[in-house]
Ligand binder design. Structure first.
Ligand SMILES: [Fe+2]
Ligand SMILES: [Fe+2]
Length: 348
């Protein structure tokens, strides 16, 4: 039986032939080299250099602190639970979108190399939240159902999933500008909104505990996740900008305005979520500071997409930039106790 689009040829792959999205399936999808999109290859290398596993992180002190009735106020416990409750399903949701929608549409091999790496990282992140919830003996049903039981979390996830609906249909195609725009909307929803905005109140709130040396194992994992997520988002923005550069006709003033509105809507949903997590101030945080921060990162995302910033807010948490820039060597290898199994140690 003959394979579609696969035949003997003397016509070798070249950088010029490669396209980030290739709707006609006319370019070979299996040749990583010659590498055209170096940003995608470097994201893959950076992701691999940052490899970690949740179970390498000790949860002993977290368990002691969480069990201590005096360890946390009710308001602090509420923040921890709402944050973990959001993340525990959001990571799975991202993984599903990546594998089922993004992978089928982005057929360039170097970009796919990174998507495969990112997909595994999303599985690790889902594992991390399962591991934290289990270690702290939290009510698993409460945590994993939160996205259907807490309005502010439901609203974020519903908004995110709305970006995937069309792409998941079997007949979705990108042969028209409308189709490419629909896919770019999905990428903005995944990489810029979900990973670049919806995760960030949670990062700030959880890492604020870490800055007081509380639930340190949980916060160590959140730091690694934040570092992974910043690579995911940077890859996503490079991907979107490359699609736009190769298909400039889709980047109409109307589409740019709609993208800006989409990001503004996400900022509002994230502020509502922060308010739900922080009905009163804890840890020197309140929902107004979170609003400043979410608007500040909203502006940064808009600028990266070459759109006009909307808020001009100040960053109330400059320490967050230091955490994002944290190099793993700084504190990861020093505390690491687990060696990965080598080939010789495996049983066949
Ligand atoms: Fe993730
Ligand atoms: Fe991610």
């Amino acid at each position: 039986m003959a394979c579609l689009n696969f035949h003997m040829t003397g016509d070798r792959m070249s950088v010029e032939k490669k396209r980030i999205i290739n709707n006609d399936r006319t370019v070979d999808v299996n040749q990583l080299v010659p590498i055209k999109y170096k940003w995608a290859w470097h994201a893959y290398l950076d992701g691999c250099a940052n490899h970690w596993m949740p179970t390498e992180v000790s949860m002993q002190r977290d368990i002691e602190q969480w069990k201590d009735p005096a360890g946390f106020t009710d308001a602090e416990r509420h923040v921890v639970k709402r944050t973990l409750g959001f993340f525990s399903t959001a990571e799975t949701l991202v993984g599903n979108n990546l594998v089922l929608a993004v992978y089928k549409c982005v057929d360039n091999p170097e970009a796919r190399q990174y998507l495969l790496r990112q997909a595994f990282e999303e599985a690790i992140h889902t594992h991390a939240f399962q591991y934290i919830v289990e270690s702290l003996s939290m009510d698993e049903a409460e945590m994993f159902n939160m996205y259907r039981e807490v309005q502010a979390i439901f609203d974020k996830d519903e908004f995110t999933m709305g970006h995937t609906d069309d792409i998941l249909r079997p007949d979705f195609e990108m042969k028209t500008d409308k189709g490419i725009q629909r896919f770019v909307e999905n990428l903005v929803g995944l990489y810029v909104i979900t990973e670049g905005i919806f995760f960030y109140s949670g990062f700030v709130m959880m890492l604020s505990f870490g800055r007081q040396n509380r639930i340190p194992g949980t916060c160590e994992q959140i730091q690694y996740i934040l570092r992974d997520e910043s690579i995911h988002m940077n890859f996503g923005i490079d991907l979107i900008n490359t699609i736009v550069d190769e298909n400039p006709q889709i980047w109409t003033p109307e589409f740019q305005a709609a993208t800006t509105e989409r990001i503004k809507k996400a900022v509002e949903l994230e502020c509502a979520y922060a308010k739900e997590c922080l009905p009163e101030g804890v840890l020197g945080l309140n929902s107004e500071m979170l609003r400043e921060y979410v608007q500040y990162i909203g502006d940064r995302r808009l600028e990266r997409l070459r759109l006009t910033k909307q808020y001009n807010s100040e960053n109330p948490f400059p320490w967050m930039s230091e955490v994002i820039d944290l190099k793993k060597e700084k504190n990861f290898f020093e505390t690491r106790v687990t060696e990965y199994q080598t080939g010789g140690a495996l049983e066949w």
